[in-house]
Design a protein around this ligand. Structure first.
Ligand code: BG6
Length: 509
């Protein structure tokens, strides 16, 4: 069986340590995230030998379970969601190390019980503590404050550590993000806080760094002299998928652009970091976010598009429109699609437009970054039968067909000079056998080890919200209905016009 140890990306990112013994406390352990992602990730880390018997897990939730019922639940979740079919010996080991505590995390009085469990000499839980808040974000401040109040936010001794992992959304706008950071900082030091953006755990997203900085030939071209424009697409065929009440408050800009897409922009546009270390990498990423030109109200009207899906057909299935989905307000103006043109005002990227688009219920699921280079300066083949040479295009395919392709012109065999566009392809699946680890495996392991490179720092979150807030302000002023697009299409006509205005077209992934 292929293991994470065989993962070639590991070589690119340096040798890994195994985590020290620790206790993993999951708040919201009875919920969907814990079942679908966290327990299967813990199981797969154990299969790969990253976790031993010295990792103990405590699930905390309101549901009045006993430990045996909870264990059964965890077992079922792993069997259902693990990327590899569970082996019973490993599964039994993980389950034996899992226990449950019924507690209402809004009730300050119940944190004493958690502390009593964690410090009970009879149970001998490891003194390094990793808290995971798999709860609604509204609970983050109260959980943090209560952990602080009972003295669980700091380690007992300098040899031990305490860390906390929080999930997106980190706030709803700039003010709420700043307030959330302040609440967390009231109790925890920034070095203890791990903000998860699961895109950073994806192999192909990490490969952007390896591709750029482990190869000598691309970086010299990675500038405004050679790059014409960049297109980043995160297309989903799914709709709001039962998350209507959350999604209708969020919309595509908050749900995808503020976090995942701006992370992709940062990784593509950043300068080489001085070291592959958490702060060095994040320093460079935050510089990119700060260099993106904020949107004036006029820019919002000209360079952003938002839209909602109408009914249509996706993958051969008739699907309802956004307004007919459960838990969506009948007069909602929340966008399920957004397209933007960003400009990065720095030496490397001045004048190179970055076009971003993301949407639900689009023609297919595809995430990719396409870097279009400028055309050859001298039209050498003008007199031939090749009137229009296509510019070179480098496409980093993040999912689902992970790979990299480079488009270039080649001579068509024959006596005359005719040029045809061809592709040079690298496919992850054929070059590296085995299923890649899930994003949560990589990210949980990093948090266990104490490597925050792939987590979002406070200033990154706030810089991203500053930009996104400038768009939200512009949208708030606009009146009237927002455009729509048919489910199963590639989005609204307005998004096509955004690029046509600059003489470009969206790629078809
Ligand atoms: C989540 C969003 O963060 O990312 C979802 O809340 C979205 O709306 C999901 O569907 C996409 O993630 P992935 O890994 O499927 O591209």
């Amino acid at each position: 069986m292929e293991t994470l140890m065989d993962n070639p990306l590991k070589e690119g990112l340096g040798e890994r340590r195994r985590p020290e013994p620790f206790t993993f406390v999951i708040f919201g352990a009875a919920g969907d995230l814990a079942h679908r992602k966290l327990f299967p990730a813990l199981y797969n880390l154990m299969v790969d030998n990253w976790l031993g018997g010295d990792c103990r897990i405590i699930g905390v939730a309101r549901r009045p379970y006993d430990t045996d019922t909870f264990r059964e639940d965890v077992r079922k979740a792993i069997v259902k969601y693990s990327r590899r079919k569970p082996e019973s010996a490993v599964l039994d080991r993980l389950i034996a190390n899992t226990s449950y505590l019924t507690a209402d995390f809004n009730d300050a009085g119940q944190y004493g019980a958690l502390k009593a469990v964690l410090t009970d000499p009879g149970q001998d839980f490891p003194k390094n503590h990793l808290f995971y808040l798999a709860t609604p974000p509204s609970a983050y401040p109260i959980i943090a404050a209560n952990l602080g109040a009972v003295g669980l936010a700091r380690p007992d001794t300098p040899e031990h550590w305490v860390r906390i992992i929080v999930e997106k959304p980190f706030g709803h706008d700039l003010d709420s993000a700043v307030a959330l950071n302040a609440d967390l900082h009231h109790v925890f030091d920034e070095s203890q806080i791990y903000r998860i953006d699961h895109y950073l755990g994806k192999e192909t997203v990490q490969n952007i760094l390896v591709f750029r900085f482990a190869n000598g030939i691309f970086e010299p071209l990675w500038t405004r002299q050679y790059v014409d424009h960049v297109q980043i697409t995160v297309a989903e065929s799914l709709g709001v998928a039962g998350r209507g009440s959350y999604y209708d408050q969020a919309g595509a800009l908050r749900d995808m652009v503020q976090n995942h897409m701006l992370q992709l922009v940062s990784l593509i546009a950043m300068e080489p970091p001085v070291a592959f270390e958490a702060d060095a990498v994040r320093d460079e990423k935050v510089k990119v976010l700060r260099s993106i030109r904020p949107f004036s109200t006029r820019d919002v009207a000209e360079y952003t598009v938002r839209a909602q899906y109408e009914h249509g057909s996706v993958d051969g299935e008739i699907v309802p429109g956004y307004l007919d989905e459960p838990d969506i307000a009948s007069d909602s103006r929340t966008e399920s699609y957004v397209a933007l043109r960003l400009l990065i005002d720095n030496w490397r990227w001045a004048g190179v437009p970055f076009y971003l688009r993301t949407g639900k219920r689009l023609a297919k699921r595809a995430t990719e970054i396409a870097i279009q280079f400028k055309t050859a300066p001298h039209r050498f083949f003008r007199q031939t039968e090749t009137p229009e040479l296509s510019p070179n295009l480098l496409t980093l395919k993040i999912q689902p067909d992970e790979g990299i392709s480079l488009r270039f012109g080649a001579k068509v065999p024959g006596p005359e000079i005719r040029v045809r566009t061809v592709n040079m392809e690298f496919l992850y699946g054929t070059s590296f056998a085995g299923t890649p680890p899930e994003a949560y495996e990589r990210l949980l392991l990093d948090a266990m080890i104490g490597d925050s490179t792939l987590f979002t720092r406070k200033d990154e979150v706030e810089a991203a919200w500053t930009l996104v807030s400038s768009i939200l302000h512009g949208w708030q002023r606009a009146r009237g209905p927002i455009p729509t697009y048919e489910s199963g299409s590639w989005g609204p006509d307005e998004a096509d016009r955004l690029l046509q205005h600059d003489g470009f077209r969206w790629r078809r992934p």
